[in-house]
Design a binder for this molecule. Structure first.
Ligand code: SF4
Length: 463
């Protein structure tokens, strides 16, 4: 995202803990305290591995009884009920601090990379759409085997991802996080959400270039970013290692979604627009909202009837997959449910895309840019889906909190819709300087956003 910025580091002292100088000081503190952050990271790795591996290693009878059952439930609640919604919201509001400071996979891959072969990253691994593709496949597989409800399936999916991050570190990079930059499936969604964040590491190019000689040695940026040209939160892990470098880098506030509002036509990427429409909106709506409702069950039942009991599905490979699955043990059942989810994904993504294209009067670039403006609404819709899973965990433990759901949705979705509309308004104003000036685009965009918000608001309550 190349664009010129005028950078002024504020000097005033008011504003309490949120004052710009305090935020800058927090970034500098991250840079100074990397040794302590490393200890914290290894503590998180230890807790993560314990919670991931222990429930899956217990014998079936123990896993369902006494203290082990409590541990398994606690792990499920922590992973899917607390961690996932918190991470989504933190990405959307604050940026990718989770990745740079706390993520166990990041810690593991960086450590492995310091002791690995240090090979150059090959071209096929640098394909920008690879993380989105991996995220989609893993999410579909999770739902194919219903991994949320099984400790061994969670170990297979989440532990398998950690193992891949370890292998990537052992093979590629020299002390860098090649995994986080080029492969991590979760980062594909995080990098979309983090564009909306109100914090970023701002680089003053003038101060950077005017730094006295000899210039300090380069920044040890884990995801291999060119910090001097940093303009976007897209790949920044917010680790803080560059803070204060050459007196030119500082953690700073910015307007919510600032980099999307200033998007240029040549910065609209087709694969990213497809990711917003078909993964962030379509797939994540289908798995987090649609899959809990009666229409999904009815469609799955119809598909199941069509598929029948065809013997060609029942291969050795499919039996192995389901031996490591969760609640679904019937392959035909799972394929029917998956087909229903894929159908919803494609339908919703295509509908929203068509709506944006209509709003932009057929201008593809503008329609693509408007898709970015929907990120806040879609991100909050995703966070709501994760919170709803927390409510279902509470309900299964005897705490019925479903009555807050409509209000939770209404508050969150109104916030997301207003945020998206404000972003679209700023973006359209920014695009007025181009020959094909956008005219009467905001009202139809608002209609698309409103319909999407209604789809989240009236989505079925998970069973
Ligand atoms: S630019 Fe690199 S070093 Fe600086 S905060 Fe982001 S990830 Fe860390």
């Amino acid at each position: 995202m190349e664009r010129e910025q005028v950078i002024v580091f504020p000097q005033r002292n008011g504003g309490g803990v949120f004052a710009p100088e305090r935020i800058k000081a927090f970034g500098d503190m991250l840079q100074r305290r990397q040794d302590r952050i490393r200890k914290l990271q290894w503590g998180i790795v230890a807790v993560y591995l314990f919670l991931l591996v222990t429930p899956a290693c217990l014998p079936e009878a123990d896993a369902r009884a006494g203290v082990f059952a409590s541990l398994a439930r606690f792990t499920e609640a922590l992973f899917w009920g607390v961690w996932w919604p918190s991470v989504i919201l933190s990405m959307l509001i604050l940026g990718q601090f989770w990745c740079g400071l706390l993520c166990p996979d990041g810690t593991i891959t960086e450590f492995a990379s310091r002791h690995g072969r240090g090979l150059k990253v090959p071209g096929w691994l640098r394909k920008p759409a690879l993380p989105l593709l991996l995220f989609s496949l893993i999410t579909l597989y999770e739902h194919l085997i219903d991994a949320f409800r099984s400790a061994s399936a969670t170990l297979l999916i989440i532990g398998g991802t950690s193992l891949l991050s370890l292998c990537t570190g052992l093979i590629f990079g020299r002390g860098k996080r090649v995994w986080c930059r080029f492969v991590c499936p979760g980062a594909s969604i995080f990098s979309l959400l983090a564009r909306c964040a109100v914090l970023h590491f701002k680089v003053d190019r003038v101060v950077w270039d005017a730094a006295p000689r000899p210039a300090p040695s380069g920044v040890d940026c884990p995801p291999l970013l060119d910090v001097r040209r940093l303009k976007s939160n897209e790949k920044c892990n917010m680790c803080g290692r560059c803070s204060g470098h050459r007196q030119a880098v500082a953690l700073s506030w910015r307007a919510p979604g600032e980099e999307i509002a200033a998007l240029e036509p040549d910065e609209v990427r087709g694969w990213e627009v497809a990711g917003i429409l078909f993964v962030l909106i379509g797939l994540l709506y289908a798995v987090a909202h649609w899959s809990g409702g009666p229409w999904h069950r009815q469609l799955s039942a119809i598909l199941r009837h069509w598929l029948g009991e065809a013997a060609f599905w029942q291969t050795e490979a499919s039996r192995w997959l389901f031996a490591h699955g969760g609640a679904r043990s019937d392959l035909i059942d799972a394929i029917a449910a998956l087909a229903s989810i894929v159908g919803m994904t494609l339908a919703l993504g295509a509908l929203v895309g068509a709506g944006l294209l209509l709003a932009a009067r057929g201008q593809k670039k503008l329609a693509g840019a408007l898709a970015y403006a929907l990120i806040p609404l879609a991100g909050i819709g995703l966070a709501l889906g994760a919170m709803e899973y927390s409510l279902s965990i509470l309900a299964s433990n005897g705490v019925d909190a479903w009555s807050i759901l409509p209000w939770l949705r209404l508050t969150g979705l109104l916030t997301g819709l207003i945020w998206s509309l404000s972003l679209a308004r700023r973006l359209l104003r920014h695009w007025r300087r181009y020959p094909e000036r956008p005219i009467f685009v905001l009202p139809p965009f608002a209609a698309v956003g409103g319909l999407l918000a209604a789809a989240y608001q009236f989505a079925p309550i998970p069973a």
